[in-house]
Design a binder for this molecule. Structure first.
Ligand SMILES: [Zn+2]
Length: 232
């Protein structure tokens, strides 16, 4: 029985759908949304848990090195291994496709190797669908803010080791976007699940907080290499 002190961090990607007030009131689905992201400040909550899962025991063994200069900022934790198991906790077809694309994209860095598991209990990362809309309508300007994705990461603050991560994609609000865009949002969330933080807005990275418009870039690949200590 290992008493693991862990922190849970929420990193959220928020989409502001810019809809004209009239159209919003009329609830017209044909209005083409203009994506403009904003991001919630990362929040960390202390949590002490008795956790003797394989992940927690593995995480407790070593203090992990976290580089301090990387092209894309880091959250300050990482997995103790590059071989990770991911569990698909949704059957929503567009989101399944997005997560599968995103896993392939991160695996193509040849730094991390994510494989799908059918056993939730063995998973390092849980990929799930959710309705993240705690919508914050601002009727005065006719905008409504909706979260597109969110990643909750549990890690050991003493060893910097990730224990488990949950990446959630918002099913209702991603439904009307393109497959490529959904894949990019999934890549962004799995980037958080691997330990990447937000890149400065305007930089060329899948980890920009607002309005993701690329998949994994050179800067993202360099960062994941530095974090997981491989030189290829
Ligand atoms: Zn994010």
């Amino acid at each position: 029985m290992a008493m693991i002190k862990s922190l849970i961090v929420n990193a959220t990607l928020v989409l502001a759908l810019a809809l004209p007030a009239m159209a919003w009131a009329a609830d017209q689905p044909t209005v083409s949304p203009v994506p403009a992201f904003s991001v919630n400040a990362n929040s960390a909550t202390d949590q002490s848990a008795s956790d003797d899962s394989p992940q927690a025991i593995r995480a407790a063994k070593h203090q992990l090195y976290i580089p301090n200069k990387t092209p894309v900022p880091l959250e300050g934790y990482r997995w103790p291994t590059t071989r990770l198991k991911i569990y698909l906790a949704t059957r929503n077809r567009p989101l399944v496709a997005a997560f599968r694309d995103a896993v392939k994209a991160w695996n193509s860095t040849s730094v991390v190797h994510l494989t799908w598991t059918r056993h939730r209990g063995q998973a390092d990362i849980i990929a799930e669908a959710g309705d993240l809309s705690n919508g914050q309508p601002s009727p005065a300007v006719g905008y409504v803010t909706t979260q597109l994705g969110s990643t909750r990461s549990e890690y050991n603050p003493d060893t910097h080791a990730l224990i488990r991560a949950h990446s959630t994609l918002d099913a209702p609000h991603l439904e009307y976007t393109s497959r490529i865009f959904r894949s990019e949002v999934a890549q962004h969330e799995l980037g958080h699940a691997l330990g990447l933080a937000h890149a400065p807005q305007g930089s060329y990275s899948v980890m920009i907080p607002n309005n993701v418009r690329t998949g994994i870039t050179k800067a993202d690949r360099q960062t994941i290499r530095l974090l997981y200590g491989t030189s290829n």
